[in-house]
Design a protein around this ligand. Structure first.
Ligand code: 4NP
Length: 180
């Protein structure tokens, strides 16, 4: 990606091991019922398959609290299931200011999420942790992870493939930088 939103990330390091001795990743979308829980499910499966659960931890949250306590959207779960992913019982929650401090990397799905995250980071303390999901994608031209909420099933399947691409590359980057 060569556009302005990626310019700042060209040489970005994504590792920065926490106090807990784990690298922690927070996926962010608007509602926390479609894109970010899907990213969490896909990423966690990759982490588990590679035996890295003791080193890499992830969670997801939404910019809005409207769906607080809700499971992921059933259309999202249908698409995930088709690609072999099961929901472990995720429940939506809104992002908290403390998340910015507590997570090592905060991955926003679209420009609006990134803008809102930067707004939440009032003092600009955590900008170095905030990165767009499509910074990691290589097999798709998308510059944002499109919101599938008002579209059809194709959008949800595209989302799974896009997130598989991005999450896989994100994990590779982490492994390189953590020397795994
Ligand atoms: P998400 O999708 O941000 O990927 O979870 C959406 C979910 C809900 C709404 C918008 C997008 N909504 O407007 O309620």
């Amino acid at each position: 990606h060569n556009t302005e939103i990626y310019a700042n990330f060209a040489n970005k390091k994504v590792s920065n091991m926490t106090k807990k001795g784990k690298h922690t990743v927070l996926f962010i979308c608007l509602g926390n019922i479609c894109r970010s829980p899907a990213a969490e499910i896909i990423f966690k499966k990759m982490v588990a398959e590679q035996g890295l659960e003791h080193l890499v931890e992830s969670d997801s949250a939404g910019m809005i609290g409207y769906h607080r306590g809700c499971p992921p959207d059933s259309r999202m779960l249908t698409a995930l299931k088709k690609y072999g992913y099961e929901d472990p019982g995720l429940k939506a929650r809104p992002v908290r200011k403390e998340d910015l401090e507590q997570f090592d990397l905060i991955v926003g799905m679209d420009r609006e999420n990134l803008r809102d995250l930067k707004r939440l980071d009032e003092k600009g303390q955590w900008t170095g942790k905030i990165v767009p999901m499509c910074f990691f994608t290589t097999r798709f031209p998308d510059e944002e992870v499109p919101d599938p909420y008002y579209g059809g099933p194709d959008g949800f399947e595209h989302l799974v493939k896009l997130l598989q691409d991005g999450c896989g590359n994100l994990l590779e980057r982490l492994k390189e930088q953590l020397s795994l």
